[in-house]
Design a protein around this ligand. Structure first.
Ligand code: ATP
Ligand code: MG
Length: 276
């Protein structure tokens, strides 16, 4: 559905649907919702950043929070190639000498009063972040150089960024960091929660397999390994497939193979002993 802003017709993006439900860890979810609250008409919502190891659930948590607000949720994936105009409005050639202006998921959320998740935000450069500076302070607008318009955020618009702590990221400059407050940390889940997360993501999962993978993950967490529930989901999924295809494998050897082929040899030391 196109909208018109300052005489320019914009084509909007579609909201995202993630099929998964957030399980356990209410604390970071409530903190995120708190950051978005307005406690007074003179107050403004904050623009939090979610941090934590790859695969701990940052994107899932951000999505769940947006859903809990009952708003449309838009996921904007940041990459090294994300240019300032990709974040806002891109021109697309429509026919002879005609341009069509396409709004990014972020701008669509600004217009429709939705939630935007700027996912893996520190994969994009400072130059792209700079174009968001006015949006992320009390001004709450963005300027598209390409379309020549200024877009004001709907009062219901909410922003969250997820940041990764791995090697292929940029260090964000201070003026951006100071706008992405508060910082909400997602840590490894407790044992029971981890089991429930596996169950939520693999509802057809065999109880024994999920139990085994939970034990494996918990042992790896206590040794401060980087393995997360995403790895656990992959291990359980692959083990079940192996069992189904190679019927001579027992649960134990299917799981060991799955661990080995998902995470490599270093992971084998956390393999739990199977209780008969
Ligand atoms: N608390 C949770 N409830 C339900 N599912 C979860 C939870 N935590 C993690 N998951 C599942 O774990 C997987 C990884 O989560 P997600 O993609 O949100 O992690 P991430 O931190 O965004 O990872 P990355 O840093 O690679 O972007 C997903 O399949 C997600 O469904
Ligand atoms: Mg993510």
């Amino acid at each position: 559905m196109p909208v018109e802003i300052e005489g320019v017709t914009l084509h909007l993006a579609h909201p995202d649907e993630l099929p998964v439900r957030w399980v356990g860890q209410e604390e970071p979810l409530r903190q995120l919702l708190a950051a978005w609250l307005m406690v007074d008409p003179r107050d403004t919502p904050m623009n939090p950043r979610l941090v934590g190891k790859p695969g701990v659930g940052k994107t899932t948590l951000a999505y769940a929070a947006g859903q809990r607000l009952g708003r449309e949720v838009y996921i904007m994936q940041a990459t090294v190639d994300t240019r300032p105009e990709d974040l806002l409005i891109t021109p697309v050639i429509e026919g002879a000498g005609k341009l069509r202006y396409v709004a990014s998921p972020l701008v669509t959320a600004m217009i429709r009063g939705g939630v935007v998740i700027l996912d893996e935000g520190n994969r994009m450069s400072e130059k792209s972040w700079a174009s968001l500076a006015p949006l992320l302070d009390s001004r709450r607008y963005a300027e598209s150089i390409v379309a020549g318009i200024k877009i004001k955020a709907n009062p219901d618009f909410r922003f969250v960024a997820t940041l990764n702590d791995d090697a292929s990221t940029f260090d964000l400059p201070e003026y951006i960091h100071s706008r992405l407050q508060p910082q909400i940390l997602i840590d490894f889940p407790e044992r029971d929660e981890e089991y429930q997360i596996l169950q939520e993501n693999l509802p057809f999962g065999d109880e024994k397999v999920l139990e085994y993978v939970t034990q494996f993950l918990q042992q790896a967490h206590s040794a401060d390994e980087r393995y997360t529930v995403r790895d656990g989901i992959n291990i359980a999924r692959f083990a079940m497939k192996l069992r189904s295809e190679l019927s001579y494998l027992d649960d134990g050897s299917a799981l060991e193979t799955a661990i080995l082929e998902t995470l490599g040899e270093e992971a084998i030391r956390y393999v739990p002993r199977l209780r008969k």
